[in-house]
Design a protein. Structure first.
Lengths: 114, 113
């Protein structure tokens, strides 16, 4: 069975400071991992995905994530937060190469303050 | 390209009433998903279609929920009768065959009172 645990339900950072959103996964097979972002009243948008290629994955809007098999982690980072980054972020795992069954974490709400 | 379209955006019904949601996926996407997102939780897969066939409906409460995708394009999700705990955002997503990226609609926010 596959699952993800997002370690923080809420993260608050100041604009211009680094962002770290933590995610640990559990999977019986080599997983595919994703980060999605959900802005208020908007649909879920894919930030980045890991599918067994390079362990450091770069996504949109300056975000990146590193797949660490030894730690079963896939943390999301950004060097400098912007006000527009405030949103809900979901870590997602799939054991199916076609991503047919996506299992979402409970989400981390990122707040960015001036 | 046009995204995943869902309607209505909001719906308020009384318990025991029925309700239906509609989804039009991205053109050419063979796979269509319905997710339920309860407030404060991550989306949970209800049902997945590949063209007009059901691939996974293991988490669909079949006593009250039903979904169809008759022509392999758009889809409807129905709840009958609704319960208070069905209050949630219902998300539709689609993906192209062989890809690992699902595109989501804006969702339908259902409130059952």
């Amino acid at each position: 069975a596959q699952s993800v645990t997002q370690l923080d339900s809420h993260v608050s950072v100041s604009e211009g400071t680094p962002v770290l959103l933590r995610c640990n996964y559990s999977s019986s097979y080599s997983p595919s991992l994703f980060w999605y972002v959900q802005h208020p009243n908007k649909g879920l948008q894919l930030l980045l995905k890991y599918t067994s290629a390079a362990t450091l994955v770069k996504g949109i809007n300056g975000f990146e994530a590193e797949f660490k098999k030894s730690e079963t982690s896939f943390h999301l980072t950004k060097p400098s937060a912007h006000m527009s980054d405030a949103a809900e972020y979901f870590c997602v795992v799939s054991e199916d190469r076609t991503a047919s069954k996506l299992t979402f974490g409970t989400g981390t709400r990122l707040q960015v303050t001036l | 390209e046009a995204g995943v379209a869902q309607s209505p955006r909001y719906k308020i019904i009384e318990k025991r009433q029925s309700v239906a949601f509609w989804c039009n996926p991205i053109s050419g996407h063979a796979t269509l998903y319905w997710y339920q997102q309860i407030l404060g939780q991550g989306p949970k897969l209800l049902i997945q279609f590949q063209n007009n066939g059901v691939v996974d409906d293991s988490q669909l409460p079949k006593d009250r929920f039903s979904a169809e995708r008759l022509k392999g394009v758009d889809s409807t999700l129905k709840i009958q009768p609704a319960k208070l705990e069905d209050s949630a955002v219902y998300l539709c997503a689609s993906s192209a065959t062989g890809t690992q990226v699902a595109f989501f609609g804006q969702g339908t926010r259902l409130t059952v009172v």
